[in-house]
Write a protein that binds this ligand. Structure first.
Ligand SMILES: Cc1cc2nc3c(=O)[nH]c(=O)nc-3n(C[C@H](O)[C@H](O)[C@H](O)COP(=O)(O)OP(=O)(O)OC[C@H]3O[C@@H](n4cnc5c(N)ncnc54)[C@H](O)[C@@H]3O)c2cc1C
Length: 497
């Protein structure tokens, strides 16, 4: 029987960075992944002559060499930074209300004030004040919470305490009157799936700050290149990885982890497990609800599974210019009513909010010469898809994809005529590949009560830890960071035993 210091379940961002941190610290680690490639969401797939990026639209936290962001430092520490080539996006985003406002925000703070001030002259000062708030809030949060200031207090961090649990709509109303201006500044709500009325201001502030301050990036080879580089570094550090090898159960005895059993029946003895699988799957399937401490069961029951995504991946037989696409990140917003847009994420009705990414705009080598690719994505819950009869699934999925393309054609009329390859992924597709309930890509719904402030990477079962979106909230930067911090917690626990 094999004995390991730590078994890591799942090779998504959180699992890979946890396993790598432990292996580099000299620990004997086994990494188990049910799929045949590393990355979880951070993967790619091939259709025809295109390699499609599954997930990454905008990478946050990188910063430039001159002004490095936190993720650049972490990737450098992992020894993978020089193996990857990052591509800075030319602008923050373009927002188009079909038939109405069409605006592109640059990635610098003053530039945003100028652009929005030009469109909404009466509210120009308010835009500057709002961005001041975003910056002050985020810096206080980093200093007070991320750097764990032991002297954190209302007096020392007044903006953080005043705004953390206010919702985005409430804060926007404090600054602005024009509904379009509010919609443009809060368009990132669609990244989390929580509409401005419910989205914690902390989330919007930190997303905006991270993308403006450290710029949005993509990388050559897509997110699969990052996952492969992390796996290579892990193997070089002496780690063991098994693919096509799901964990089937976590053995717990006397309230402590004892072993992990794989789907092939191998028993890996260990006192520490880091699960990158969903907490729902980890507790209910792998540990077993009958063995679960009440505390953990109650925590799961009090949360709701977050959204998945519907994506149409398209390979085009022409360049972005020929398609009329000049920005990498394009938000298409067909309503000003964000509550109704978010409600549609729970139905099979055509969506009013979508994002179209064309990576070739910032990286002309992303696709074969003379071609380009685009990902058209909206967030969606799995619930309506569960009700589709198996025989109607394919037809429903392609009809839905067709409606998404029609929405995008309101901005890019030539899209359909140039499609060479097309594939669609529904929440059920993500569920199949990730093994997460509802195919959730960010873990639980990102309401304030379920934000990273209240989630913990440690179970009440001794030796069981979590890494990834189910304990940090979703996104590349948070999940890549979470694996590292969970691994540090495990290293500390091993040392203290
Ligand atoms: C379409 C789409 C667009 C996105 N766009 C962006 C973006 O632009 N910017 C951004 O920052 N984020 C984006 N995200 C979100 C981001 O990709 C995810 O939040 C993040 O990658 C999740 O990482 P994770 O560590 O939680 O692991 P996951 O990616 O959730 O992976 C978990 C892994 O665990 C494995 N697993 C599960 N159960 C078992 C088991 N029993 N045994 C073994 N292995 C198991 C799964 O196979 C999987 O590999 C997007 C996601 C999607 C799908």
């Amino acid at each position: 029987m094999a004995v390991y210091d730590v078994v890591v379940i799942g090779a998504g961002n959180g699992g890979l960075t946890a396993a790598l941190t432990l292996a580099r610290a000299g620990r004997k680690v086994a990494l188990l992944e049910r799929h045949n490639v590393p990355g979880g969401c951070a993967t790619s797939f091939v259709r025809g002559r295109f390699e499609f990026e599954v997930a990454l639209h905008q990478l946050s936290g990188m910063g430039t060499e001159r002004m490095p962001g936190p993720l650049r430092g972490i990737l450098s520490e992992f020894g993978v930074l020089d193996k990857l080539e990052f591509v800075e996006m030319e602008n923050l985003y373009r927002v188009v209300f079909p038939g109405g406002i069409d605006v592109t925000l640059p990635t610098d703070r003053q530039g945003i004030v100028e652009v929005l001030g030009g469109l909404f002259p009466k509210e120009k000062d308010a835009v500057a004040s709002f961005l001041d708030l975003v910056y002050t809030y985020s810096l206080e949060m980093v200093q007070g919470v991320f750097f764990r200031d032991p002297l954190i207090s209302k007096e020392k961090y007044p903006t953080f305490f005043r705004y953390t649990f206010r919702n985005v709509e409430d804060v926007l109303d404090e600054f602005f009157t024009d509904p379009y201006l509010k919609a443009i500044l809060s368009v990132y709500w669609g990244y989390t799936g929580v509409p401005p009325r419910l989205m914690p201001f902390s989330d919007l502030a930190v997303i905006l700050w991270a993308y403006i301050e450290f710029k949005p990036f993509h990388l050559k080879g897509g997110s699969q290149a990052l996952s492969n580089a992390l796996l290579d570094a892990y193997l070089k550090a002496g780690g063991e990885a098994r693919f096509n090898c799901a964990a089937r159960s976590i053995e717990v005895e006397g309230g402590r982890v004892r072993a992990v059993v794989t789907e092939h029946g191998d028993r890996l003895e260990t006192s520490y497990v880091i699960s990158n699988a969903s907490t729902v799957h980890t507790y209910l399937d792998l540990v077993g609800s009958h063995r679960l401490p009440q505390d953990d069961l109650l925590k799961i029951k009090g949360r709701t599974v977050g959204p998945s995504a519907f994506t149409v991946y398209m390979g085009f037989d022409c360049t972005p210019e020929e398609l009329g696409v000049f920005e990498t990140s394009n938000f298409i917003v067909a309503t000003i009513d964000m509550d109704s847009a978010s409600e549609k994420m729970r139905t099979l009705e055509p969506q009013d909010w979508a994002m179209f990414s064309c990576y070739d705009v910032s990286d002309p080598d992303f696709s074969p010469p003379g071609t380009c690719q685009g990902a058209l994505v909206c967030l969606q819950y799995a619930d309506p898809w569960y009700r589709v009869e198996p025989h109607a699934y394919a037809e429903t999925k392609y009809r839905y994809a067709d409606a998404m393309i029609s929405l995008a054609e309101r901005v890019f009329p030539n899209l359909r005529a140039h499609i060479e390859e097309c594939e669609a992924a529904s929440p059920l597709t993500h569920m199949r590949y990730l093994g997460h309930p509802g195919g959730a890509i960010y873990g639980f719904d990102q309401y304030a009560k379920d934000s990273a402030f209240f989630l913990t990477n440690q179970s009440s079962i001794e030796g069981l830890y979590h890494a990834g979106s189910w304990v940090t909230g979703g996104g590349f930067q948070p999940t890549l960071t979470s694996g590292r911090s969970t691994a540090h917690a495990v290293l500390k626990a091993i040392k203290g035993r």
